[in-house]
Design a protein around this ligand. Structure first.
Ligand code: NAD
Ligand code: DAU
Length: 330
């Protein structure tokens, strides 16, 4: 099977490539990645079955021959960080909207199967005291420029599937954690703060809830959809991992041998979504997927250990990420 993975040098994409090469002997993988600040060549393994093409997913001349040569495209490429989208939304429109459009047109021309990777943030947020969870029928209500562009990309995929018969599936997943995640993101930022002798930084009161899932559980769900998903369908991916941000920081501090209160509250993110929660029952009951990482604390311990043991991977990224945060006071 020839698989084109866009954004394969980023966090989830690189983990997908590693999992695929390790577990699928018949897979030959081409990664298309623009190698933005969020990418890292060192996240990808050396493997004769892997080719890296450096290029822009919004460039039709680059994308077309790659899609023509693929049996399936898994589309991870995106600008992915909410805080950055508040500072400068333009790259989000370019990659997330125009990039997805460009890929869809190539899939339409060549009849290539597409799996589009999206986020639960397209549904907006839930109240803390609400018992509801997001389902595939929840109306779209994105809050940030990032989530608005992801919502736009989902709409394009659905329209191309319905109007042009593009063989596409979609998935909307909750917050991922695990190895190779950029230090701008919440969990790696706090771990690397503590390693550096600095204090974790909690937005606002820290009551916001995220529904954490290990990146390998996300990627195994993507493989489940590739194998058994129905064209045109949307699947929500989540592992019942709701935890508030303050608890995450306090757990990390405990794991890393620091006092429970050794963190700072910093100004809140504008428009900050309060709570995400995924109902993944369609994926579980119809396709038979189950998460393997059920103990969040154990997953955090392994992630802390990974960052402690891979300083050469994240060290070159840390100062620039903190400089970007310093500009917003967060
Ligand atoms: P990431 O920022 O770590 O990686 C994104 C990758 O896309 C990078 O390697 C980057 O170089 C590449 N890229 C950006 N612009 C490009 C362009 N124009 N052309 C080609 N490549 C380009 O992101 P991630 O956290 O790995 O997220 C991957 C996907 O999963 C995204 O679509 C995101 O919306 C979605 N998602 C992420 C999460 C999460 O918790 N991180 C949860 C649900 C869904
Ligand atoms: O829900 C899926 C989404 O999860 C993905 O679509 C996004 O690509 C991914 O970045 C993530 O978005 P969040 O905005 O939820 O993730 P982030 O890691 O930026 O922040 C997680 C929570 O932690 C959020 O409530 C903001 C808070 N936070 C974040 C940082 C970086 C802090 O309190 N302090 C911080 O330093």
């Amino acid at each position: 099977m020839r698989i084109l993975v866009t954004g394969g040098a980023g966090f989830i994409g690189a983990n997908f490539v590693r999992l695929t090469l390790a577990e699928r002997a018949d897979a030959v993988v081409t990664v298309l990645d623009a190698l933005t600040y969020a990418a890292n060549r060192d996240s990808l393994p050396e493997d004769a079955r892997l080719t890296l093409v450096v290029g822009d997913v919004a460039d039709a001349d680059t994308v077309d021959p790659l899609v023509a040569d693929a049996d399936v495209v898994v589309h991870f490429a995106a600008e992915s960080h909410n805080d950055n989208s508040l500072d400068d939304p333009m790259p989000f429109v370019h990659t997330n909207v125009v990039g997805t459009f460009t890929l869809l047109e190539a899939c339409r021309r060549h009849g290539t199967r597409l799996h589009h990777i999206s986020t639960d943030e397209v549904y907006g947020d839930l109240e803390l005291d609400d018992t509801a969870k997001f389902t595939a029928d929840t109306p779209y209500r994105p809050s940030s420029p990032y989530s608005a562009t992801k919502a736009s990309s989902d709409m394009l995929v659905r329209a191309w599937a319905r109007s042009f018969g593009v063989e596409a599936t979609l998935s909307n997943c909750s917050n991922n954690y695990g190895p190779y995640q950029h230090v701008e993101k919440f969990i790696p930022r706090q771990i690397t703060q503590v390693i550096d002798g600095a204090r974790p930084r909690l937005y606002g009161a820290g009551l916001n809830v995220r529904d954490w899932i290990h990146v390998d559980d996300h990627n195994r769900a993507v493989w489940t959809i590739l194998e058994r998903g129905v064209a045109g369908r949307t699947y929500l991916i989540g592992a019942d991992g709701e935890v508030d941000n303050r608890t995450v920081v306090e757990t990390l501090l405990e794991i890393m041998g620091q006092p429970a209160g050794a963190y700072d509250h910093v100004p809140d993110r504008p428009g900050h979504d309060m709570r995400y929660a995924i109902d993944a029952s369609a994926l579980r009951e119809e396709l038979g997927w189950e998460p393997r990482y059920r103990d969040f604390r154990a997953g955090l311990e392994a992630t802390v250990q990974w960052y402690q043991e891979h300083e050469s991977w994240w060290r070159p990224l840390k100062a620039a990420a903190e400089q970007r945060y310093a500009r917003s006071g967060r």
